[in-house]
Write a protein that binds this ligand. Sequence first.
Ligand code: ME8
Length: 519
Amino acid sequence: MMENFYITTAIDYVNGAPHIGHAFEKIYTDILFRHFKKRIDNCFMLTGTDEHGIKIQKTAKAAGITPKELCDANSNLFKEAWNLLDISYSKFIRTTDDYHKKTVQDIFEKLLEKGDIYKHQYTGLYCSGCETFLSPKDLDEEGNCPVHGKKPEEVSEENYFFKLTKYKDKIIEHIKNNKDFILPEFRANEVLNQLENIEDISVSRAKSSVEWGIEVKSDPSQVIYVWIDALSNYITGLGYSVDGNHDENFKKFWPANFHIIGKDILKFHSIYWIAILMALGVELPKSIYAHGWITIDKNKMSKSTGNVIAPKTVMEEFELKNPDALRYFMATAAVNGKDGNYSDIDFKEKVNADLANNMGNLLNRTLNMLVKYFDGEIKEKFISDNELNQKAANIQKEVENLFDKCDIASAANCIIGLVDEANKYVNDTAPWSLAKEGKMDECGKVLYNVLNLMVKIALLIEPYCPNIAQSMANQLKFDINLKYTEIQPNMIKPGKLISKDEIIPVFLRLDSEFAANKK
Ligand code: ME8
């Protein structure tokens, strides 16, 4: 078993409020984090906000406030949203934090000293959406940036450049030798193709063009360009120091197990970041996982289309008491690196089917039968080894294997598949008929087997739905913080388990009228 585990999200630009695309990634990462907390003792999750660059400078100017004021306000919106979604991160980093700025300056100086950063007069096409120079090969047929649909600006400047080309062969070799380095695996070829055409990259901008950035220590006429600043957060957040005097967290948690990012920024992570780490002589992360993108009603989310949805809006419109339903939907909406879609109707149908009708209902009716036939008591003779125990053990293994590859949607399907099996088992064995026929021991065994299985289901579903799982644990009287290694075949002990007034539905169906009223 791994001793320590470190997972990161991308850090979001703060020139707007968080939308459900950002939320998707933070939920995705939090589910992985919570799952691994059940397998590994020491786990750390880093998230945060990316606050420098020309876009922030321009937005702040237009709003008549300072860039820092804009960043403070918007960074808080992200924190509030993650709070609402029960994202259990260990640390929130802001690239305007002093410790981060200092280490980024030190990193830059170290690379300058090493000769991996050099000064160069350059004319290039700059996309302020990507905050990057694009090469003509990157543009679409109309000469626009393919991600932002806008013509890049021609910029001529003397900038510092990073010798990316020096590391090309080493990166190719690393990707080819480490199958799990880029996940899902189908993305690795894409990166290998991009590597064919790489050039050295600009890593600073003249202060006369961009003021809002970290100054180059030895040349204050230049600011460090956003990607070196942003990518370094993964190590500055742990207390990395160029002189080797690292904080405990860096010693304990680096290298990262997973960098979770969107497919649009895979190149920056699997090429630029890796080259920077190689140049610094820092160990490489174990895996970079690129997730797909979320569309709204099959359309790309954009301010101009006016279809941007905030996670808070979904919570309010469906009057959700906690974020579990949204977390569960998001986790299953985009399967293993593919794109996914959010619509009110799909959301409601999915969570009603899986969480209310399937899982919640099974627990509720089984507990009610236990109260009706046995006054809520588990008798010793109900407990025996049974086929559901073996099935649960197999599914647990499968879920763990899927999490090792960050495939949380397929893992959720496995867990719900186990609930399906349990529902089928109840329907096939019909404990209500057994009771009617006076076969009380058989009836009690069936109820025990199902409730005992629900303990395991709750532990497996907890990363997705922590509140629902807690409610299941309250009714089944076990500790939801158990580790997966503590799961035994028979988890429920003999004795009184529950009384009628303690039984509560763990998830209420979302009312169909919400979606109908919306449009
Ligand atoms: O790229 N669906 O910030 P960002 C899914 N600051 N994911 C989405 C999405 C959508 N519709 N829209 C955005 C940046 N994302 C940089 C990152 S990391 C060192 C620096 C994801 O605010 C996107 O793919 O544009 C990225 O992983 C994250 O949200 C932040 O995007």
